[in-house]
Design a protein around this ligand. Sequence first.
Ligand SMILES: Nc1ncnc2c1ncn2[C@@H]1O[C@H](COP(=O)(O)OP(=O)(O)O)[C@@H](O)[C@H]1O
Ligand SMILES: N[C@@H](CCOP(=O)(O)O)C(=O)O
Length: 365
Amino acid sequence: MPARHTINVPATSANIGPGFDVMGLSLSLYLTVTAEVGTAAAVAAAAADADSNVSIAYEGGNAAGLPLGARANLITRTALYVLECNGVGRFPEATAVTVANRIPLGRGLGSSGAAVVAGVLLANAVGALGLTEQRMLDYCLMIEHHPDNVAAALVGGFVASYLVDVDRPGNIPVSEADEADLARREREQRAAAADRSINLPPENIGHFLRLGCSPRIRAIAIIPQFELATAKARAALPGTYKTADVVFNLQRLAVLTTALGRETPDPWLIYRAMEDKVHQPYRMHLVPGLPEILRSLNPDNTPGLLGVCLSGAGPTVLALAVDNFDAIAAKIRAIFDIQPDGGVATTYEVLHIVSEGATCVTETL
Ligand SMILES: Nc1ncnc2c1ncn2[C@@H]1O[C@H](COP(=O)(O)OP(=O)(O)O)[C@@H](O)[C@H]1O
Ligand SMILES: N[C@@H](CCOP(=O)(O)O)C(=O)O
């Protein structure tokens, strides 16, 4: 029977200062993926790729240069991987995927994490796989190797996450019956996947906790008009750290996890708790204006401000605030404007921190 699956995935801001590869906030800016299966339009569209049965098209912005081949596009490539892991070689006959993406690419707002989450939900929907949220996270982590963006995009809100040592996966307590069932399913899937040379994710590789976040807090994203690939910004990080720098971050991160949840946020407590010595100092040269932005705004000279940080791997700057959102954005944009070589052009968004993560609605047509 023809069906339509509509998937919405929020943008995310990872790290929030000291929580490198740990913390994520999900934001009210969405990637929407619609998959029509078996409609007349889908039959016509999907005929182009008989190998995978799927066509993909983008509507609106944030799509320039994205590949449209089923095995090259991040959304359909992820979906095909999940389908193949579950013994399904391709999309259902005549699947047409349409994407509307409001998340700017390569700006530190989790566009790739959202695309991966969308791909996993897409496979789950079109393949009727019945995957649990936990298992979906496993699949996401096989592609996006750090958990902060994908965990927040999947479950929503202010999220802390960690990866287990993949050599010792599976430490979520389950009943004996569940355990036996899980082990049996995993054995069967592994045997089938080995035949097809597919690298199945281990079970329960990512764990997360949703933390409180005051409803008064808004996220102001100041978005430079240039892309910075996460891989490049990760390559700028050192291989080892000084103990004092790690302790500096751990102290702040512990405080931040609770400070944002207080009904009346304490600006200076949060401001200090958003300082970082693990990733931002090494990424300064990639984002002109960042050192000055981090140095010059504070809760005394900028009313309403709670804290400022690099969003994800950048170049977007994230300010958390309870008031004066447009004025705070203007102040940060003004610093970008005066950078050498004509300044850094920016746009900005005042976003809500959304408590709902990725969703999928299925209609039969
Ligand atoms: N909606 C999408 N559809 C297909 N590919 C996407 C989509 N969103 C992101 N990507 C891929 O992810 C890349 C950006 O990822 P990354 O460098 O991690 O930046 P970001 O901080 O935006 O996640 C894009 O260049 C593209 O290859
Ligand atoms: N912890 C990662 C987060 C990357 O987020 P993105 O939104 O820039 O993809 C990092 O800082 O590298």
